[in-house]
Design a binder for this molecule. Structure first.
Ligand code: ADP
Length: 396
C-alpha cells in the first residue's frame, strides 16, 4: 500500500497525519511535542478498522530526533511496512512569499521558503528544517509545500496595501499576506458542495481558533482577510493582541527599556484573551463567566471584534452573501460564542436556531433560523486533508 504523509512543523512540536494514497483515508495521526524541552509522543492509528493509541514520554533533543522517532514508530507499530511506502510528503508552510500555489519542493522553492524566514521566523524556520530532514529520511517520496498565504494572492491592492513609505513597501515586499489559506480553501470547496449554487460564492468565513482570522470571499476568491503581514494582525486571539496602535511598541520600548524583540514576543505570547482574563482557552473562559467579570469581558471583546469585521465584510460583498461560516476550534465547537457574535451584528438581524446551534455534528450544520436574512453554518475544517489532496495531485 502507498501513503501520503502530511507534516505540520512548529518550533517545539511536529504534527503528522498519514493517509492512504489511493482514497485519502486517514490511517494515523501523530504528535511530537516538547521538542528541545524533553519530549512527548502521541499517536492514534487504525489497524483492521480498530482505533489503537500509543503514548510515550521520551527525549526529543532536536527536530531530527523527533522525526526519526516518529518514522521508526510507524514501522514498529506496523502502520507501514517500510518508509518507501510513503510516496508523497505534504508540508504546511506558513509564508510562501511570491509563490502563489502548492508546489513540488525543488531547490527554487526551498530558496523561496528560506527567503521568507525573515517574514515568518517562528514558522518558516522549523518548517524549512523539517522539509530538509524528511527529504533525507524518505528520499524517494515527493515533497510538496502547501502555503497558508496562497489563497490570499487574489486580494486586491485596495485591501492589502499598507500606507507606509513606498520605498519600504517595494524593497521589503510589505503588504497584507493573510494566513489560514489552506483552511479557507477547504471550507470554500465544502460550502460549494453544501449550497450548490452553480456560480462562485460570496462567503464570510470566520476561522476562530487559538490563532483567529476572518476571510471575505467574493466571487469565489479571497477579497480581504484580517491577518496581515504576519499572523499577529487582526482579531483578538488566544495570546496574540491583533490590531493595535503601532506606536504602543515604541512607547513600551522607551518606557520599560525593553528590546523590540521582548515587546513583540509579549504581543505574540502574552496578549489577547490571556492578557485580559488569564486564560487563552474558550472552554475555561465560558466556565468562569460571571456577570461583569474579566472572563465575560474577554468573551465580549473577542465577539465584538468578530461581529464588527463581519459587518465591514458585508459592505465588501455589497450585501450579497451566500453564508457566514464558523470554523476552527472555537468556531466549530463553541455555540455560546457563535450566538453572541451573531447577536452583535447590527447591520443585519441574523437569527440563530438555539437547538441547531447546540446540536452535536460531525462535518457541518446550518445554525441560522428559518427566517434569518443570512444563512449561518458551523463547518469542521480539515487543513491536513487539503494538504494531502494537493500532495496527491503531484504524484499522479
Ligand atoms: P490552533 O489550530 O490555532 O492552535 P484550534 O483551531 O485547534 O487552534 O483551536 C483551539 C482553541 O479552540 C482552544 O484554545 C479553545 O479556545 C477552542 N476550543 C476547542 N474546543 C472547544 C470547545 N469544545 N468549546 C469551546 N472552545 C473550544
Amino acid at each position: 500500500m502507498n501513503y501520503i504523509l502530511v507534516v505540520n512543523a512548529g518550533s517545539s512540536s511536529i504534527k503528522f497525519r498519514l493517509y492512504s494514497e489511493n482514497n485519502l483515508v486517514e490511517i494515523a495521526s501523530a504528535l511530537c511535542e516538547r521538542i528541545e524541552i524533553d519530549g512527548l509522543f502521541k499517536i492514534s492509528y487504525q489497524v483492521n478498522d480498530k482505533l489503537e493509541k500509543f503514548e510515550e514520554k521520551t527525549n526529543f533533543s532536536s527536530h531530527e530526533v523527533a522525526i526519526d522517532y516518529c518514522l521508526k514508530k510507524l514501522v514498529d507499530l506496523k502502520i507501514v511496512n517500510n518508509l518507501n511506502e510513503i510516496i508523497g510528503v505534504g508540508h504546511r508552510v506558513v509564508q510562501g512569499g511570491e509563490i502563489s500555489q502548492s508546489s513540488l519542493i525543488d531547490t527554487k522553492v526551498l530558496a523561496e521558503i528560506e527567503k521568507c524566514i525573515k517574514l515568518a521566523p517562528l514558522h518558516n524556520k522549523p518548517e524549512l528544517e523539517v522539509i530538509k530532514i524528511i527529504n533525507k529520511k524518505i528520499p524517494n517520496s515527493k515533497p510538496v509545500a502547501v502555503f497558508d498565504t496562497s489563497f490570499h494572492t487574489t486580494i486586491p491592492k485596495l485591501n492589502n496595501y499598507y500606507p507606509i513609505p513606498k520605498k519600504w513597501v517595494d524593497s521589503f515586499k510589505i503588504k497584507k499576506y493573510g494566513f489560514h489559506g489552506t483552511s479557507y480553501r477547504y471550507i470554500y470547496e465544502k460550502m460549494e458542495s453544501i449550497i450548490k449554487k452553480g456560480r462562485p460564492l460570496n462567503l464570510i468565513v470566520c476561522h476562530l481558533g487559538n490563532g483567529a482570522s476572518i476571510c471575505c470571499i467574493k466571487n469565489g476568491k479571497s477579497f480581504d482577510t484580517t491577518m496581515g503581514f504576519t499572523p499577529m494582525a487582526g482579531l483578538i486571539m488566544g495570546t496574540r493582541c491583533g490590531d493595535i496602535d503601532p506606536s504602543i511598541a515604541d512607547y513600551l520600548i522607551n518606557q520599560e527599556k525593553n528590546s523590540a524583540t521582548a515587546v513583540f514576543n509579549s504581543y505574540n505570547k502574552e496578549s489577547g484573551l490571556k492578557a485580559i482574563c488569564g486564560s487563552s482557552d474558550f472552554r475555561d473562559i465560558n466556565a468562569n463567566v460571571l456577570p461583569g467579570n474579566e472572563f465575560e469581558f474577554a468573551r465580549d471583546i473577542f465577539a465584538q471584534k468578530v461581529a464588527n469585521t463581519i459587518s465591514v465584510y458585508l459592505n465588501h460583498l455589497e450585501n450579497k452573501i451566500d453564508g457566514i461560516v464558523f470554523t476552527g476550534g472555537i468556531g466549530e465547537n463553541d455555540d455560546i460564542v457563535r450566538n453572541i457574535i451573531c447577536k452583535k451584528i447590527f447591520v443585519k438581524k441574523i437569527s440563530v436556531n438555539a437547538s441547531k446551534n447546540k446540536l452535536k455534528y460531525d462535518d457541518y450544520k446550518k445554525i441560522s433560523g428559518l427566517f434569518s436574512p443570512i444563512k449561518v453554518y458551523a463547518v469542521r475544517t480539515n487543513e491536513e486533508l487539503k494538504i494531502a489532496q494537493d500532495t496527491k495531485s503531484f504524484i499522479k
